[in-house]
Design a protein around this ligand. Structure first.
Ligand code: PMP
Length: 364
């Protein structure tokens, strides 16, 4: 424990201490199972209980209405980029619409293009993806196969805190802000998130999909690529990531029992991110935020310093204070503090104090 740093990694990322302790405590023998979670069948009673539990908890936390299925898939969110288009675009005779608000939206679009016709309804490239479209800035066609958006651009640090307008089926990549706030699930046709940022370890992706969309999965699809197949088989068509699903269940339990639900989580996330944005705004330009203030992310705080040299010094001194993994993504540069749900407020306060001190010592 003494070596443990405040981990600002963009993902795989920080997990709640109580979840890690529980995993450790039950590692040799999952209560009632006679063996560890790593050793039991995905068809055992013990795992069935975990699968039921995680679905129940997700349904409660997100208030998922009737008529949706929850799936646990592998292949990360990248595979979803393809699966969405394979199931809902290919052969539909329609075009799929994409809001491109950063790198991940662009990657999702690239994969969809391989499967069918796409249309970019808005692209933030002109201002280097520092903002989101304002209401009325794009047109969404009611005849589109779907409208895809990325709720939080992990690299650029811009986040939708309300759903963008859509006249067709709304599909969301919520990989880096899943469960950071309550969501009106009924607005979504489908929402998906790889777990390794806000919900658990890498290797499992949560997909919440409206049941009527399952009928669109063509029988000719490879089995693994079919949402219909996974829904019919309760995510047990092939062996799922049993350990990953188990940890997602524990994270949901932490959200319910220790945090007190998603409204409380949002309140905390707003407090945490404000600590850093306030330092940026009061720094007289020493720290330059990437995202425009109205579209700032609660999860990934992105900013630059006056020069590359000062930036390197910042990272070295931060590391010495156990503030780890603050380097921005190679495509954007600068600093990125990923402060997902499980980042304790004490870690953000320590970073805030360090940022203030560093500025005092290094501003001209
Ligand atoms: N979408 C977003 C918003 C992401 O942040 C990431 C991972 N950084 C991905 C998709 C890709 O996820 P994976 O690596 O699990 O395929």
């Amino acid at each position: 424990m003494t070596d443990r740093v405040y981990n600002f990694s963009p993902g795989p990322a920080v997990l709640p201490i109580s979840v890690l302790e529980r995993v450790q405590k039950d590692m040799l023998c999952l209560p009632g199972a006679g063996a560890s979670i790593l050793e039991i069948s995905h068809r055992s009673k013990s795992f069935e209980k975990i699968l039921d539990s995680v679905k129940t908890r997700l349904t409660r936390l997100l208030k998922i209405p009737a008529g949706y299925k929850i799936l646990f898939l592998q292949g990360g969110s990248r595979l979803q980029f393809s699966m969405i288009a394979m199931n809902l675009l290919k052969g539909s005779g329609k075009a799929a619409e994409y809001l491109v608000t950063g790198s991940w939206g662009k990657y999702a679009l690239e994969e969809a293009k391989k499967e069918g016709e796409t249309r970019v309804v808005w692209d933030g490239k002109a201002t280097n993806y520092d903002r989101l479209p304002a209401a009325g800035e794009y047109r969404s066609d009611p005849n589109a196969a779907y409208l895809h958006f990325t709720s939080n651009e992990t690299i650029q640090g811009v986040q939708f805190l309300a759903e963008p307008a859509s006249n067709s089926t709304l599909i969301c990549d919520a990989s880096s802000d899943f469960m950071c706030r309550p969501l009106p699930i009924e607005k979504y046709g489908m929402i998906y998130a790889c777990a390794q940022k806000n919900a658990g370890p890498s290797g499992v992706t949560v997909v919440i999909v409206r049941e009527d969309l399952l009928a669109k999965s063509a029988d000719s699809l490879p089995g693994y690529m079919s949402y219909k197949k996974h829904a019919e088989e309760n995510s047990l068509w092939n062996t799922p990531n049993t350990f990953g699903i188990y940890v997602v269940d524990l994270v949901c339990q932490w959200l319910e029992e220790e945090i007190g639900g998603l409204a409380k989580m949002e309140e905390l996330n707003r407090r945490k991110s404000a600590l850093l944005y306030d330092v940026i705004d009061a720094s007289g330009g020493f720290y330059q935020g990437h995202a425009q203030p109205a579209n700032r992310s609660l999860m990934n705080v992105t900013f630059r310093l006056p020069s590359d040299e000062i930036q390197e010094k910042f990272l070295t001194e931060a590391k010495a204070k156990k503030l780890a993994d603050l380097k921005g993504h190679r495509s954007v540069g600068g600093i990125r503090a990923s402060i997902y749900n499980a980042m304790p407020i004490a870690g953000v306060e320590l970073l805030r104090d360090f940022m203030q001190e560093f500025r005092t010592n290094n501003a001209k």
